[in-house]
Write a protein that binds this ligand. Structure first.
Ligand SMILES: C[S@@+](CC[C@H](N)C(=O)[O-])C[C@H]1O[C@@H](n2cnc3c(N)ncnc32)[C@H](O)[C@@H]1O
Length: 288
């Protein structure tokens, strides 16, 4: 009979490290900064699925079945996402952040806006941003040069994002008028129209990359807004610091940083930002 999760032995830090090092050397994915409890829970899933009893057996199994590494990457990258995730945040984005930013930009005669969606999963987040921008600029009859960079380490998610085709369960949160306006339906798939697709530039980028501070496609970063939602929570403090330092440096003076509900700036940076209001995890970088 198959062992259940609770019957399984604890996996030690060393055992996890051996598996993660294998992943790093064979595939270049570094999960060593992810929280131990999360790693343990997820690696155990693969032990169950492969019917291997101990981590040593699992290690052997990987050596004999190299494709198992893909499955391991799949369970370790948590790709859950949805269009307009936490809809109230997107409402605040279009009703408060965009108007504020646009007024400030117009005063400086700057008609450009640069956004980064870091850890964009299968594209729901950057496409939601693109739809909000499209709607806002149309309503205000303004013509801005919009750049949205969306980056991800999971190639499978990235492919879905670039395809822009979603099944019904993925589009449930979208308002009907947006669905009608921005999607075509074919064979039970909701296909994003080109006018939205072309607004987002997707690329592979590891947010822990030591060489590049920002996605190379964006040249210098200089972002007005960075969305990094539901990414930081999976990393331990040291790695959160690496990621946070990058996000901080990539933002313009008075740039906005938009986190997921369970995230906040780490202690070291707390005085560098103002929290927009009591409800959301939205922060504005101090002016410099
Ligand atoms: C839970 S999803 C969040 C997606 C989206 N931001 C949202 O809030 O709906 C987290 C994403 O971060 C990606 N991710 C994890 N580690 C990463 C890294 N080092 N660099 C870039 N992306 C990463 C995962 O692959 C996953 O797609």
């Amino acid at each position: 009979m198959l062992q259940s999760h609770c019957e399984m032995e604890e996996i030690s830090y060393n055992e996890i490290a051996i598996i993660l090092n294998l992943l790093k050397s064979k595939r270049g994915f570094d999960f060593t900064g992810n929280k131990h409890s999360m790693l343990e829970r997820r690696i155990k899933k693969r032990l169950l699925a492969t019917k291997t009893k101990t981590y040593k057996d699992y290690h052997l199994f990987i050596n004999e079945n190299p494709k198992e590494l893909d499955k391991l990457i799949d369970v370790l990258t948590i790709n859950v996402s949805s269009f307009f995730r936490d809809p109230i945040v997107f409402e605040y984005f279009s009703s408060k952040i965009l108007p504020t930013l646009v007024v400030e930009k117009l005063k400086k005669k700057d008609k450009s806006i640069r956004i980064w969606s870091a850890g964009c999963s299968s594209g729901e987040e950057p496409y939601s941003i693109a739809i909000e921008l499209k709607e806002y600029f149309k309503k205000e009859s303004l013509n801005f040069d919009v750049s949205i960079f969306a980056t991800e380490i999971d190639n499978k998610s990235l492919k879905t994002a670039i395809d822009g085709k979603y099944s019904y369960d993925r589009i449930k949160n979208i308002r009907v008028d947006y669905l009608n306006k921005y999607f075509n339906v074919k064979d039970d798939l909701y296909i994003l129209k080109n006018e939205i697709k072309k607004m987002v530039q997707f690329s592979f980028f590891d947010i822990l990359d030591k060489k590049y501070l920002v996605p190379p496609e964006s040249i210098f970063g200089d972002f007005d807004i960075v969305f990094c939602r539901n990414v930081l929570i999976y990393f331990d403090y040291n790695y959160q610091e690496i990621i946070f330092t990058k996000l901080y440096k990539s933002l313009n003076s008075k740039g906005y940083l938009i986190f997921g509900e369970a995230e906040a700036p780490i202690e070291k940076f707390i005085n560098e930002f103002n929290k927009e209001n009591a409800y959301f995890k939205i922060y504005r970088k101090n002016e410099y």
